[in-house]
Ligand binder design. Structure first.
Ligand code: PLP
Length: 381
């Protein structure tokens, strides 16, 4: 067989999916595994949204649409961000958009600043694009967030873009608007792109789904690309729909990739999302409240252990736990699964060892059971 490309040989599969597969396999073998690996709320999609999807099927409105989404949906999203439809592209989830964006914004050899902890897929997306990640560790000392100064120090002549994820997967932190503005201002001075991944923006516990673009001046906006998704906010992960807001030239460039490699997003998902945006101008509060309750509960239990700490969850689905100094997160995770049947993701998968990520994806009684088991695990260490 001929050799596969050099590029693909250095790409690793998502460690989170690999852990989820392992947890599922153990469950199938009869082990009472509580799987807290993958970020899905498990909550139902709001009724209006589901009905709109079903309606589009019944009306047979299921053909190809325009590559970057229907005019109605782009217009609606544009209104949300205070831009015209030409600044919006819709595609098959934020993953497709982010992966395509890195190809659009970088050339092979360029560097992309990636604050850690980072969502593990960014690193591989950067590498697939032929660029190189510059990991910027942001630990507990900086509340798991980069500052503009830290970004400045990590910047070299080869830097082409910075990735900022808020609310952050895995840290659960929200980057304050003033900080986003400082980083955007630096990026605009240096002439580099700022990619803001707001895939969890509808799960900001303060209830304010801040539009970061509204905080920026024209020069800062020109270098900023905002990405978001219906996967978490509307619990629509399997519907595969997300969007991007950027300068029209970035949107046109993205559409060149979509038209050749992805096609349009699902017509059904687009109809459903349009209804969702009309019904919930901010985001469905029920889903956000449930995530807040779950993460608040888990964070409280983590602090009660007396040996583990975590930042206050401010948004998203996760609690990021700092292990006692010197603990190896990989063996901790492995042993937790072996001894107590709890599956979590080691911080190493997010570029920050010494931590674990707990996805608060199960109802409260199961999370309580998981935290009880964690207490027993710690007691036996
Ligand atoms: N961005 C972040 C930070 C994520 O955690 C995820 C999914 O877990 C995505 C993007 C991808 O979302 P989508 O389902 O829209 O592809």
């Amino acid at each position: 067989m001929p050799e596969l490309s050099k590029r693909i040989q250095s790409i690793i599969p998502s460690p989170i999916s690999a852990l989820m597969d392992r947890a599922r396999k153990l469950s199938a073998e009869g082990r009472p595994v509580i799987d807290l690996t993958v970020g899905e709320t498990g909550l139902p999609v709001p009724d209006e949204v589901r009905s709109a999807g079903i309606r589009s099927i019944l009306l047979n409105e299921t053909g190809y649409t325009a590559t970057c989404g229907t005019p109605e949906l782009r217009k609606k999203l544009g209104e949300r961000y205070g831009v015209g439809p030409e600044c919006v592209a819709v595609s098959n989830g934020a993953k497709t958009i982010l992966g395509s964006l890195l190809t659009v914004l970088t050339d092979p050899g360029d560097e992309v600043i990636l604050p850690a902890p980072y969502w593990s897929c960014y690193r591989e997306m950067i590498r697939i694009a032929g660029a190189k990640e510059t990991v910027l560790p942001c630990g507990a000392e900086t509340s798991y967030l980069p500052t503009a100064d830290m970004v400045r120090q990590a910047c070299t002549d080869r830097t082409k873009a910075v990735v900022l994820n808020t609310p952050c997967n895995p840290a659960g932190t929200v980057c304050p608007g003033s900080r986003i503005r400082e980083i955007a201002s630096f990026c605009s001075e240096r002439g580099i792109f700022l990619i803001v991944d707001g895939s969890y923006d509808g799960l900001t516990y303060s209830g304010e789904t801040e539009n970061p673009l509204s905080l920026l001046n024209a020069a800062e906006r020109a270098v900023t690309v905002y990405v978001s998704s219906a996967s978490k906010t509307f619990a629509m992960s399997g519907w595969r729909i997300g969007w991007c807001v950027a300068e029209p030239c970035v949107i046109t460039a993205l559409s060149r990739i979509f038209t050749n490699c992805a096609g349009c997003p699902s017509a059904i998902a687009q109809a459903a999302l349009l209804k969702g945006l009309e019904t919930y101008p901010e985001a469905p509060g029920r889903i956000r409240e449930e995530c807040r309750r779950r993460c608040g509960y888990v964070a409280g239990r983590i602090r009660k252990t007396g040996v583990l700490t975590c930042p206050d969850p401010e948004g998203g689905l996760y609690v990021f736990v700092r292990l006692p100094d010197g603990t190896d997160d990989l063996s901790f995770t492995e042993k937790l699964l072996e001894d107590q049947n709890i599956a979590v993701v080691p911080g190493s998968a997010f570029g920050l060892p010494g931590h674990i990520r707990i996805a608060c994806t199960k109802p409260l009684p199961l999370l309580k059971e998981a935290m009880d088991r964690l207490d027993s695990f710690l007691a036996a260490l």
